[in-house]
Design a protein around this ligand. Structure first.
Ligand code: GCU
Length: 686
């Protein structure tokens, strides 16, 4: 009888948590209390601020809330001053951000005391790798929200506008203030009149939310689109073409943000095709944008064959150009020197370009981190990166400080994240992938935030109603103990787990070349560019494994500043998390744990798999606190993640075993997948 009752209560509790499709993200305000919001000024943006207060107010009922534009020199740019019922800012967008902050604190139960809140970066931008046919490069959450295929592809519908508005609101609520609408591998058609008209429509929807629109441009557009014989950045007709095009754009979009450029990289055209430098190319575009206040974000993701070590190339090409860029050029640098791997040391360009503005490029979409199948909270990775010390201007020269204007005088400061957003109902594919969009926005606003704070906020905002049983308060002790705590812990461990089962101890680029999802450490077809193949990076042989980037190896360490340089160079002081990134070591090299390198590699892979199994258990236990829709979705994805983690482990360990010729460590679970079959299956995809 008791058992039946318990089952009944359990079903009742489960049913009483409302099913959710995840579309509302972290903006699931409900049952607002009445509020009386007054504002000294009026505008579309301030109207939104007032509406948001009315739709989400959780403070005292019928409170009077005043929004006021003032002049306060301690408030920078779009910052604001807040109290429980007053928001003051120098700008309208500051008021809007203040409202979102106030509401977030109410929703999460965070204390609201009088404070001035300023942003770390002036520009906080999402880079969409959306193609104009609606597909998304490295997108795992459906097609583009901006572009589509077909004969009506350029018609702007009401449905489009509703979606763009929801997108803009979600971004504004976490402080994102820019969006690059198309892929860095840009189509020249993007700059045609018809497409620019659509950009104008998008910009009109984003504008009241404080979001500027930017475009990726193809460097050879003057020839491809304009019919010119050349796209040489020093040619007067090319300069004129860009000037005219820029004028046309600003005629349509007066607050247009500027251009993002991938040039002379991975087959994309660039100034080097005409014997010019990156500075020549970037400055030409910067001059075209300068009269309108626009900026150029010029990417440093280049790896032509200037050196045998790909990890060194961006530095080799860009560092000598320091000081040659206009002040409205920002060099956009990926966090690591190679390519958004599960773990990389930071790119040595951070802090090294002292006379040039440098902005970090993070990847929110999980290209190499399990895409929309794996639960990986990226905040911890970004926090690790932002807090890394470059030592460029003495100890404490963290990347955060080198890029946000604290150390170098710079006209602009910016940070970008490659978006993980698509047409999927829940925007990001995996319900937990939303946390990465959220975390990017929060860190871009405040690069000192910690990942546990961000996880805490996100969980509260994203799942709070699920905790609402009729007689429970929003955040009961029970909910905090049995939902918030374990889920937060799982999120905070999730990136390290992925590193463990994919590429521990400094391994990188071990992924399968087709889809960048599963393992492919073996892939090296004849004639293939070596730096596109995993063996180039792991260099496993019978003597050992790892890429020797020490002074006697490729000497990539020399691109870092002392004392870091010596620390990384010396195998005894190099942090083990970067060991095989910088050192080629014998399989029986003694690790700090006392294990041999081979056994330690095994332990990491094994631990990664176990961690995911632990996540499955955690999630199963929180079922009573989550609506069924999201519960089942996450449960299924964790199941696939667990299987994929096992594949990673079995593939990598058995493959490396061929070189180490050592037995599987006795204290780890043996393989369950057959290596030959895994290889056959992977190669079959190519
Ligand atoms: C990665 C990614 C490409 C992308 C490139 C870039 O290599 O796989 O799809 O175009 O980065 O950042 O430009």
């Amino acid at each position: 009888m008791i058992k039946i009752l318990i089952t009944y209560l359990f079903i009742f509790a489960t049913l009483s948590v409302r099913a959710e499709d995840g579309h509302k993200l972290w903006l699931r305000n409900s049952n607002p209390k009445p509020v009386n919001a007054v504002c000294t000024n009026s505008s579309p943006m301030l109207t939104i601020a007032i509406q948001e207060l009315q739709q989400g107010w959780q403070g005292e009922a019928n409170a009077l809330v005043s929004l006021k534009i003032i002049h306060n020199k301690d408030i920078f740019r779009d910052g604001f001053k807040m109290t429980k019922n007053k928001i003051q800012a120098n700008t309208e967008v500051g008021i809007l951000y203040g409202v979102y902050e106030l509401l977030r604190r109410q929703q999460t139960g965070e204390e609201i005391k009088e404070a001035i809140v300023n942003s770390s970066y002036e520009r906080r931008i999402l880079n969409h790798w959306d193609n104009i046919d609606g597909s998304i490069e490295r997108g795992y959450a459906g097609l583009s929200i901006f572009w589509k295929k077909g004969k009506d592809s350029l018609v702007v519908t009401e449905k489009d506008k509703v979606l763009w508005k929801e997108y803009a609101r979600a971004n504004a609520s976490i402080g994102i203030n820019g969006a690059v609408l198309n892929n860095v591998n840009a189509s020249p058609l993007m700059l045609s009149k018809a497409y620019l008209e659509r950009v104008k429509s998008i910009a009109e929807v984003l504008r009241p939310y404080g979001i500027k629109t930017y475009l990726s441009v193809k460097f050879s557009s003057p020839s491809l689109m304009g019919g010119l014989k050349t796209s040489d950045p020093l040619s007067p007709e090319v300069i004129k073409w860009w000037n005219d095009k820029t004028r046309e754009i600003y005629g349509l979009i007066p607050d247009f943000g500027g251009f993002l450029v991938k040039a002379s990289s991975e087959g994309q055209p660039g100034p080097q095709d005409y014997g010019r430098t990156h500075a020549d190319g970037a400055n030409m575009l910067a001059d075209a944008l300068q009269p309108y206040g626009g900026i150029v974000m010029w990417r440093a993701f280049v790896y032509s064959a200037t050196d045998k070590d790909r990890a060194k190339q961006a530095f080799l090409e860009f560092k000598p150009l320091d000081g040659q860029f206009r002040d409205n050029v920002i060099i956009q640098v990926k966090n690591g020197p190679v390519d958004f791997q599960p773990r990389e040391p930071f790119s040595p360009l951070f802090g090294a370009m002292k006379k040039t503005t440098v902005m970090p490029e993070l990847q929110i979409t999980q290209e190499y981190l399990g895409q929309s199948t794996h639960l990986v909270f990226l905040s911890t990775m970004w926090e690790e990166f932002l807090k890394s010390d470059t030592y460029q201007e003495g100890a404490g020269s963290t990347i955060a400080r080198c890029t946000d204007g604290s150390i170098f005088p710079q006209k602009y400061s910016a940070i970008a994240g490659v978006a993980n957003i698509g047409l999927d109902m829940n925007w990001c594919g995996h319900p937990f992938a939303q946390s990465n969009w959220y975390a990017f926005g929060r860190l871009a606003w405040n690069n000192q935030l910690t990942s546990d704070q961000i996880a805490d906020e996100w969980i509260k905002l994203t799942f709070h109603q699920s905790a609402l049983n009729a007689n429970q308060p929003r955040f009961s002790e029970d909910w905090k103990m049995n939902f918030l705590k374990p889920v937060s812990k799982m999120m905070l461990q999730s990136r390290e787990a992925a590193v463990n089962y994919m590429m521990p101890l400094g391994f990188h680029h071990l992924f399968s070349a087709t889809e960048h999802y599963g393992p492919g450490p073996w892939w090296a077809p004849k004639g293939m560019r070596k730096d596109w193949t995993p063996p180039y990076y792991h260099k496993a042989d019978s003597a050992g494994v790892g890429f020797d980037r020490t002074k006697t190896g490729s000497n990539a360490v020399s691109q870092y500043h002392e004392p870091l340089l010596s620390q990384l160079n010396d195998v005894r002081t190099c942090p083990e998390i970067y060991l095989l990134w910088f050192h080629h070591l014998p399989w029986d090299y003694k690790m700090k744990s006392g294990k041999t390198l081979w056994d330690e590699i095994g332990a990491h892979y094994d631990n990664g798999v176990k961690q995911v199994r632990e996540f499955q258990k955690v999630w199963d236990k929180v079922q009573p606190y989550v609506d069924n829709e999201r519960f089942v979705q996450v449960q299924e994805k964790l199941h696939q993640q667990s299987e994929n983690a096992q594949i990673w482990k079995d593939a990598c360990l058995q493959y490396f075993q061929k070189f180490s010729r050592k037995p599987f460590p006795i204290d780890i679970q043996g393989p369950v997948n057959d290596l030959d079959e895994l290889i056959k299956e992977d190669l079959g995809k190519h």
